[in-house]
Design a protein around this ligand. Structure first.
Ligand SMILES: Cc1ncc(COP(=O)(O)O)c(C=O)c1O
Ligand SMILES: Nc1ccccc1C(=O)C[C@H](N)C(=O)O
Length: 416
């Protein structure tokens, strides 16, 4: 049985505790939603000021050269790369995750279509429980291509081996599931896909900055992910795309805007792709937002992913144990796997009044979120979450459930 005193002792002994000082968090709030929108690094305020005042205000258009705006997507991509096991020149920060998925899918489909033995393959495999944008983007590309491609949706992760038949061109999976927090074994699944002659795309939205990822060791084909979750890049900050060096020469994507051109300012009338990772770009990037991502990435220089993962698992183990001990009588069901190797950095419990309970938690200063059907999600961000906050969050949850202090017909906001 863990006590509040034990949690305070864990905080006192926590080697990462000081990292919270890097973030601006409102007093009295326990923030368990860094899996959806990371907290603001304190440095981002100053950076935003500099970008707007000095770089935009004073530097004007010259800042594309003098303030490094032109190189920012690839320079920051190089900074992010080690967090996901990517090499230098293999990552660019640009566009949204959805748009990057489109590019990665298009490139993978084309690589297969040009392969002598795989050109006839027409199936794209993903999970029915994928974050919906992944499914929608695949459906969009299939419809637009109109060449007989079909989407095969797995109803559970263990259907994958049986689904890997000889018509599968591409497997596209989210490494850590947005709702359940379940994590795939990336090297094993990538190897299975390859064995079946398919290419493997990973969505790292809930992995980058949350769990250890080694894309190159897994020999994955392409990956995309968000910077506004665990990387703390800011609301709607541009996403990233990884194209390993071995695929770059053959990486072709149809959003061939001028920023993907070999010489954007040569103003030629025909498209020639850039030699390296910049061919994964499209057009001009939102510099004010992109620049702030660096503040989030800088924090990762102070810590290793191994240390973050250790604390993340300790926080989530503690949360699961305390919820089961203190709130066990209230019909909460753990939807996240218990095995460490099978989960990411968030924990989900379902409850038949999950939305209402979450709204009450938020009203009482514990911010998580809700996903249909019935799932309350709690994200653990070891950079700024403490063990005693986990204790406090569970006590708040217990009180709300014990007292029935939630409104079943709570009005819903557009974002849940
Ligand atoms: C797995 C996954 N993919 C993609 C996205 C989002 O994509 P976008 O930033 O394009 O909205 C999310 C969350 O929003 C997600 O959880
Ligand atoms: N981009 C957002 C905008 C508004 C509200 C939430 C999001 C999310 O990122 C949700 C997240 N992908 C999820 O796993 O549910």
């Amino acid at each position: 049985m863990t006590t509040q005193h034990d949690c305070l002792a864990l905080d006192a002994a926590d080697p990462l505790a000081a990292l919270r000082g890097q973030f601006s968090l409102p007093a009295g709030i326990t923030y368990l939603d860094g899996n959806s929108l990371g907290a603001r690094p304190k440095a981002a305020l100053r950076r935003a000021h500099d970008v707007l005042e000095a770089e935009w205000g004073d530097g004007l258009i010259c800042s594309w050269n003098t303030a490094g705006w032109y190189d920012l997507p690839s320079r920051l991509g190089d900074k992010l790369a080690p967090l996901v096991g990517a090499g230098k020149g293999e990552v660019v920060i640009t566009d949204s995750t959805s748009v990057n998925l489109f590019k990665a899918l298009a490139a993978a489909i084309k690589l297969q279509a040009n392969h002598p033995e795989r050109a006839q393959r027409r199936t794209i495999v993903t999970e029915r429980d994928s974050f919906p944008t992944d499914i929608y983007m695949a459906q969009g590309i299939i419809e637009w291509l109109d060449r007989g491609y079909t989407l095969q949706l797995l109803d559970s992760w263990d259907q994958l081996p049986a689904a890997l038949h000889d018509d599968v061109a591409v497997v596209m999976l989210t490494h850590v599931n947005y709702r359940t927090g379940r994590m795939f074994d990336m090297p094993a699944v990538t190897a299975q896909a390859h064995e079946a002659g398919a290419l493997m795309i990973w969505d790292l939205a809930h992995s980058a900055g949350a769990v250890e990822v080694d894309l190159r060791a897994a020999q994955a084909d392409f990956a995309v992910g968000c910077t506004y979750k665990y990387l703390n890049g800011g609301p709607g900050a541009p996403a990233f795309i990884w194209v390993p060096e071995r695929h770059q020469a053959d990486f072709s994507q149809p959003l061939s805007g001028w920023w993907a051109h070999r010489q954007p300012f040569a103003m030629q009338a025909s498209f020639v792709p850039a030699a390296g990772i910049r061919r994964a770009m499209c057009g001009t990037q939102p510099i004010a937002s992109l620049a702030l991502i660096e503040c989030g990435l800088d924090v990762f220089d102070l810590v290793t992913m191994a240390a973050l993962r250790r604390k993340s698992l300790a926080l989530s183990d503690l949360f699961i144990a305390l919820v089961e001990e203190h709130c066990g009588a209230h019909g909460l069901e753990l939807v996240t796997p218990l095995a460490h190797a099978e989960r990411g950095s968030h924990v989900s419990f379902s409850h038949r009044h999950g939305y209402a309970v979450m709204q009450s938690l938020i009203a009482h200063g514990v911010i998580g979120d809700y996903r249909e059907p019935h799932v309350m999600r709690f994200g653990f961000t070891p950079l700024y979450t403490s063990y005693s906050e986990v204790w406090g969050a569970v006590q708040t949850l217990k009180r709300i459930l014990d007292e029935g202090d939630y409104q079943i017909d709570a009005a819903r906001g557009a974002v849940t």
